[in-house]
Every structure is written in C-alpha cells, then in structure tokens.
Ligand binder design. Structure first.
Ligand SMILES: Cc1ncc(COP(=O)(O)O)c(C=O)c1O
Length: 328
C-alpha cells in the first residue's frame, strides 16, 4: 500500500495493468499504465509536478504566486490540483470545444478558466499565445509552457520510465504512446532506450495530426480531424524533440471508439479517448507479433468519465458516426 503525506507526493507510481481481453486475443502481454489514478485524474499531473518543481527550484514561483497555462484541460487540472495545496493561483486558457467535464473539474478545484474559440496555431488568439500574453502582463506570474518547457519530459524520464522498467523486471519489448506536448514519449522513450536499447518505440497519432507523417517523412502534414482530446499536433515541440521513435501508427476515430467500448465491456476499464487510441496501437503491434508473448506497454492517460457527455451521448455518437461496433 502506498502512503502519501500530501497530494503532491501522490503523483505517479501508478499500477501497470495487464489488459486481459487484448492480451488473450494476440498472445502478447499488453499492459496499460493506469495514469487515470493520479490525483488530478490524468497523466498530465506528472508534467504539472515537473514544471512546478522546476519553477520553484529556479525561484520563479513563491507562495501566493500565479501559474498561467494554455491547455486542452488535463494539464490545467494537474496544475490546479497541485497548486491548491501549495498556495498558488492558476489561470487557464483552453479551447472552448473540449468535454464539459474538464471545465467543471477546473472550476471545482479553483482554477480561473478562460475558454477561447479554437483557431490555428499561427493566429495570435490561439490559447497557447493567450496564456503567454497573460503571464507576460501579470507581474510575478509564471507561464508553465508545457510544450517547450522540458521539465515536462524530464519528469517522465525521472519517474515514468523507471517505474515501467521496474514493474516489468526490465522485460519491456514495445512502448506505444500518443503525443500531445511530447512530454510523455520524450521522457519515457529516452529512458527506455538508454536502459533497454532494444525496446521498440511507437508513436500513435490521430487523424489530422502531423506527428505520424513527421516520423515517416519529416514533414508535419495530416488531413482530416479527430474527436480525441489532448493529443495530436502539427509542429515540433522541445519535448517531442527529445523522443527516440522507431515508427508511427495513424489511428482512426473508428478504431479508437471500438477499442474504448471493447475494453469497457471486456475488461471493466472505461477510459478516455487518447487511452483508447493508445490501446488500439498496442493491439495493432501485438497482432504483428501474434503469439510471441512480447510485452507491450502503453498509457491509460485519463478516465472515460471525463468524456461521458460525449462518448456516452447517443446523439453525439450519431453525429460523429461513431456508434461502437465489434473490435476487428
Ligand atoms: C488525455 C491526454 N492524453 C494524452 C496526452 C498527451 O501527453 P503528452 O502531452 O505528454 O504528449 C494529453 C496531453 O495533454 C492528454 O490530455
């Protein structure tokens, strides 16, 4: 049993869960790192802790200080979760099309949310640029900057990578991870390649994101769009630049949603959209290695309850043509 003397201390050390249904189908061991069990409910608590820790160590953040961040939601939730106990104020800019549960959660834990219309990154009104401006104009405020601040990937290098290797007694064959800021894959892939060099690293990417093509061709291209939240990007970030990646898989919303409901019904795990995308990627790799017993690890980034207003809404599923079918 893990005992924590503070919420701060309770970040990380998440269980690694073997996904029985997908493992039995493929004759490989597919494991999901249960990041939804972090105190703020997502993998982004790690990035939040890494960035707060660094700002405190640099003397930029003191009691009563303000943290500003642009986020799809989870990083904001992670920052506000940790800031409450430490006495910081948190201001969040985020696109206004994310699942409503994230805004509700942010409000519940005391963050100030400024929801902005989604727009291309080049537009100065993009949530990322707005966060930067707010921090610049507010004396003493710190812009967390999860995309370029490599305290994000560093925290995964220091914690997520070692936890996985220890949990599998060093026996990991494949790591599968989607990328938003690139912090997760940037830190974890580097750690695994240094300590278990024959680990294969696969980045999973939704439609409309450029990361898949970047790995395949060097260009951030990608058509269409995706209902997944928190992942996918069309530019190289400092955190992703650290990643050591062997190959990329582009995964459709159809594959993602069928996986989401498959593991809900067969494994009792109701997960968020990026977790389902990750699990489909792990499943696709396991099918390549069918019957080999390889150990394939991926991330269960957050819980499905955070998206209930979308994925459990029949009208939403009809509108997106995503009513679940049997997983192929
Ligand atoms: C639900 C979810 N999954 C995955 C990610 C991607 O993680 P990273 O930013 O470490 O690449 C995020 C990032 O915001 C997220 O919110």
């Amino acid at each position: 049993m893990i005992r924590a003397e503070s919420v701060w201390e309770s970040v990380g050390n998440t269980p690694l869960i073997r996904i029985k249904s997908l493992s039995e189908r493929t004759g490989c061991d597919i494991y999901g790192k249960a990041e939804f069990l972090n105190p703020g409910g997502s993998i982004k608590d790690r990035a939040a802790k890494g960035m707060i820790q660094k700002a405190e160590a640099d003397g930029r953040l003191e009691l009563g200080g303000v943290i500003v961040e642009g986020t799809a939601g989870n990083t904001g939730i992670g920052l506000a979760t940790l800031a409450a106990e430490r006495g910081y104020r948190v201001i969040i800019t985020m696109p206004n099309n994310q699942a409503k549960e994230k805004y509700q959660m942010l409000e519940a834990i005391g963050a100030e949310v400024r929801a902005v219309p989604p727009c291309p990154f080049a537009n100065p009104n993009h949530f990322y640029h707005q966060a930067k401006r707010i921090a610049e104009e507010m004396p003493g405020a710190v812009w967390a900057d999860q995309f370029e601040n490599t305290a994000n990937a560093q925290f995964h290098y220091d914690t997520t990578g070692p936890e996985i290797l220890q949990q599998l007694d060093g026996q990991v064959d494949v790591l599968v991870a989607a990328s938003g800021t690139g912090g997760t894959i940037g830190g974890t892939s580097t750690y695994l390649k240094e300590h278990k060099p024959d680990t294969t690293i696969i980045v999973t990417d939704p439609e409309g994101s450029g990361t898949h093509d970047y790995i395949k061709t060097g260009a951030f291209t990608g058509e269409g769009g995706s209902v997944t939240e928190g992942i996918g990007i069309k530019r190289l970030t400092a955190n992703f630049a650290r990643a050591v990646v062997d190959d990329a898989l582009r995964i459709t919303d159809r594959q993602m949603i069928d996986t989401l409901f498959h593991v809900a019904r067969h494994d009792g795990l109701f997960l968020g959209t990026s977790s389902a995308l990750n699990l489909y990627g792990a499943y696709a790799m396991a099918r390549r290695y069918q019957g080999s017993g390889k150990k394939i690890v991926t991330f269960l980034c957050d819980h499905g309850s955070r998206y209930a207003s979308k994925v459990l809404d029949k009208d939403w599923l009809t509108e997106k043509d995503l009513h679940p079918r049997l997983l192929e």
